[in-house]
Ligand binder design. Structure first.
Ligand SMILES: Cc1ncc(COP(=O)(O)O)c(C=O)c1O
Ligand SMILES: *[C@@H]1O[C@H](CO)[C@@H](O)[C@H](O)[C@H]1NC(C)=O
Ligand SMILES: *[C@@H]1O[C@H](CO)[C@@H](O)[C@H](O)[C@H]1NC(C)=O
Length: 490
């Protein structure tokens, strides 16, 4: 839960108000100037493509700090990365790359298990598959796009997540946005967590089903919404909904929070509605053997109807999967447009996932997988507790490798990001529209690839920059009696 301090809320609102007012003023003068020299840029009867508040936000707020985003990287997203230096001649309106790079500690990539960089087991297999199959199948799955690797991966994913069958796609985003409309449509009802990822939001909107939102990770509010919707039925006709699907995530990527899965599953079972679980950030990253939130929270995968996940985080590859009953997967293979009309996953990317899962399962003949899983948990819990001790407001649950540090104030976004970069620590900052306007944050992602020294270096820099930027909102005083009892012992 966010504990936005009252004064911070005020100053944050004030900052946005000021930015908004100046932006509007500049827009106003721009319009007058444009009116005087209206000739060359005249739209000649066309409606402008970019218009409205989103565009205003981009021009007047985002562009001021755009050097903090889309920074080019010139290496694999390992524990350390090479960040390309850029310069600007027009106050960061346009940025130009130089040939120089800076080596930075990477606290931003979703490389949870460290598979994103060269790996002694995965990389040779991937290179072999590249030579044998090439980068692309140049074909959709139902034509020439199904290689033996693709079928092997689908069997392996099903076995790994504990479902009878699986289907894979070239992109995680598409897995959600294309599958949800196949599962449900007009007359159906989607009940979605209020902080679900944009791919789910777009899939739900594109499905034609009615969408209702429940308060983030709140099973009792989910139950309220469900009960009300089941009682009322479809709007106007009040006929019963054709089907109801509840969609949640395993780990919320902007919050670092674990899903309250057991409680949510219990509610869904009570009302006999389907569950759809997006494990993009949790599969591979949490659970004793890396099998995600079901394993971590003690939920039987049989109780989750549709298990979705991506290969872009823990497995260091790209693509996404759906795992479910044999019947559902077969149905998706017959009907999903992203299966029928989109080129299949790149074979080396498929091989990367196969190899990574084999390492996780110990089927490569080593115990590196188990070590990585122990490491990500230790690293995450160490980093989180140290940040909390320093007085930062850190969101999320223990064991989660995602830990947002709240910044709030818009001026603190570039301050934090630039100053960390200057001290060779690459961090990701997130603001509106990815978060609510007032709740800007830096998002730290911890990896099994980080050594203890890496983490300590990161903590030192973040602590220093945190003092500079004034974001230690909840300073922790050491309890008085403890220091006294220490003195007595001495
Ligand atoms: C919860 C969730 N679902 C889906 C996706 C999309 O996956 P991909 O990046 O593999 O396209 C993401 C991406 O970060 C995500 O966080
Ligand atoms: C442009 O970006 C640089 C480096 O990121 C930063 O130091 C500088 O303050 C920015 N300039 C403006 C005008 O915002
Ligand atoms: C690259 O870095 C060197 C040393 O810091 C500097 O002298 C040089 O000007 C930089 N080159 C560019 C293109 O910025």
């Amino acid at each position: 839960m966010v504990r936005l301090p009252y004064l911070t809320a005020l100053t944050t609102l004030f900052s946005y108000g000021l930015l908004f007012a100046f932006g509007q003023l500049r827009d106003f003068f721009r319009k007058i100037i444009d009116w005087f020299k209206s000739s060359s840029k005249d739209l000649k009867g066309y409606a402008p493509i970019c218009l409205g508040l989103e565009d205003f936000y981009t021009r007047r707020l985002y562009l001021r700090i755009q050097d903090c985003f889309s920074r080019p990287i010139a290496s694999a997203p390992d524990a350390w990365i090479d960040v390309v230096e850029r310069y600007s001649n027009d106050n960061n309106k346009t940025l130009h790359r130089t040939s120089n790079t800076t080596k930075c500690l990477n606290l931003g990539s979703y490389n949870y298990l460290g598979f994103a960089a060269a790996d002694e087991y995965c990389t040779p297999h991937v290179i072999d598959s590249l030579k044998k199959y090439s980068c692309s199948t140049c074909s959709v799955r139902v034509d020439g796009g199904t290689t033996d690797l693709h079928t092997e991966l689908e069997e392996l994913v099903a076995r790994f997540v504990g479902k009878p069958a699986a289907i894979t796609f070239g992109m995680g985003y598409v897995t959600n946005s294309a599958i949800i409309p196949v599962l449900i449509g007009k007359g159906g009802l989607i009940i979605s967590d209020s902080l679900n990822h944009n791919s789910i939001v777009n899939g739900a909107r594109g499905s034609g089903a009615a969408v209702r939102v429940f308060q983030h990770n709140n099973p009792s509010h989910l139950e309220d919404v469900l009960r009300e919707q089941i009682a009322e039925g479809q709007p106007r006709t009040h006929r019963p909904w054709k089907k109801i699907i509840v969609i949640v995530e395993g780990i919320y990527s902007m919050e670092g929070e674990l899903c309250q899965l057991p409680e949510i599953i219990a509610v869904c079972k009570k009302y006999k509605v389907y569950t759809y679980l997006d494990e993009a950030h949790s599969i591979g990253a949490v659970g004793k053997t890396g099998r995600g939130v079901c394993e971590l929270l003690g939920v039987d995968p049989a109780d989750v109807d549709i298990m979705m996940g991506t290969f872009t985080k823990s497995f260091g590859s790209c693509g996404g999967y759906i795992a479910a009953s044999k019947e559902i997967i077969q149905y998706l293979k017959y009907t999903c447009p992203a299966y029928l009309y989109a080129t299949s996953m790149s074979p080396p990317a498929v091989q990367q996932v196969i190899s990574a899962i084999k390492v996780i399962l110990g089927e490569d003949g080593s115990n590196r997988g188990a070590q990585k899983l122990a490491r990500i948990r230790e690293n995450s819990n160490f980093f989180r507790s140290e940040l909390q001790k320093m007085g930062f407001e850190v969101l999320g649950d223990s064991d989660s490798p995602v830990m947002p540090i709240m910044l709030y104030n818009p001026a603190k976004i570039p301050a934090f990001s630039r100053e960390c970069l200057r001290q060779n620590v690459a961090v990701v900052t997130v603001a509106f529209p990815a978060t609510p306007l007032l709740l800007a944050r830096a998002r730290i992602c911890i990896s099994a690839a980080h050594s203890r020294e890496d983490l300590i270096k990161g903590l030192e820099v973040i602590s220093k920059v945190g003092d500079l930027a004034g974001i230690k909102y909840f300073p922790v005083e050491p309890p008085k009696h403890e220091t006294q009892s220490h003195k007595k012992l001495e």
